[in-house]
Design a binder for this molecule. Structure first.
Ligand SMILES: [Zn+2]
Length: 291
């Protein structure tokens, strides 16, 4: 095979593969090579007269290419939000839609739960407490329990064993003076326990109230045997779809939940009133079951 030492020697009918391509020709057999000093390589040369015209795709082929392209786009498109993703979903939903679907399911579940509470009212009680403060050493100074018909089942204020914190007084309006003649917690505990036994307690932010009951009992050396409790704040967060996808609870105040649901009441922060508000919230959730 002929080897040319430079492009100057190459006759016009011999060209490179790249050149053929620009002429829309398909290379046939290699007829010669030419030395390219620039990158120290030999380049294959083809005879233009031997090269065949490259076939243009037919109408049918073009259609098939377009169809394949559309099929790929469809596989990358979320069927719900119609968003185009950089990867193949194969009929599944995109991350955002999966999260939304999950939140929606949580919300429906919360509604169903509330509906179930309202249908089986006799199994449940709503409880709320007011305390001397929010710390480890704080204790309950007011406890309210209502049934799901809104009737007060238990209510008492208690004389605390420590002064009420100023910030706490500002919230619930209870002062040490007001509670001077109230019974001590242990005097009422038996009665409370009797009321709540065999019931499931529905509590807005149950972690707080349960902890406070346990701490107050602990102060008086009483053993806390508490029934099952369900956090209405958690249920509401799920209902309002503000429960984080990672499963963490987003804290929300009773007042904010009430405002959010368009219930035009200002929270009084007295135990029974807060129970009533919690019941209102449960009713809103229970009555909002989508078919
Ligand atoms: Zn989507």
């Amino acid at each position: 095979m002929r080897q040319y030492k430079s492009w100057n020697e190459v006759p016009d009918n011999l060209v490179s593969k790249t050149k053929l391509k620009t002429m829309k020709l398909v290379p046939n057999e290699i007829r010669a090579t030419v030395y390219q000093r620039k990158n120290n390589v030999y380049i294959n040369l083809y005879d233009v007269s031997e090269a065949k015209k490259r076939k243009e795709p037919t109408e049918r082929q073009l259609k098939a290419i377009e169809k394949a392209r559309e099929a790929l786009i469809a596989k990358k498109t979320c069927p719900k939000c119609k968003g185009l993703l950089p990867y193949i979903l194969d009929g599944g939903l995109c991350e955002i839609c999966i999260e939304q679907e999950w939140m929606k399911k949580q919300s429906e579940r919360a509604s169903k739960m509330c509906k179930d509470w309202m249908v089986n009212k006799e199994k449940y009680l709503i409880l709320d407490t007011e305390t001397t403060g929010l710390g480890n050493d704080d204790e309950i100074i007011e406890l309210g329990i209502i049934n799901l018909n809104g009737q007060t089942i238990f209510h008492s204020t208690f004389k605390p064993s420590k002064p009420i914190e100023g910030a706490a007084s500002e919230v619930h309006g209870l002062t040490d003076e007001m509670l001077q003649d109230c019974p001590l917690w242990p005097i009422k505990w038996q009665e409370i326990q009797k009321v709540i036994s065999n019931k499931t307690l529905l509590i807005f932010n149950s972690n707080f109230d349960i902890r406070m009951i346990e701490r107050t009992n602990c102060k008086y050396n009483i053993e806390s045997i508490l029934p099952v409790s369900i956090c209405v704040m958690e249920t509401y967060a799920k209902y309002a779809e503000s429960y984080y996808y990672n499963g963490k609870l987003q804290w929300i105040s009773l007042q904010r939940a009430i405002d959010y649901e368009g219930i035009n009441i200002v929270q009084q922060h007295t135990a029974v009133d807060d129970c009533i508000l919690t019941l209102k919230l449960i009713n809103v959730m229970a009555n909002n079951i989508s078919a």
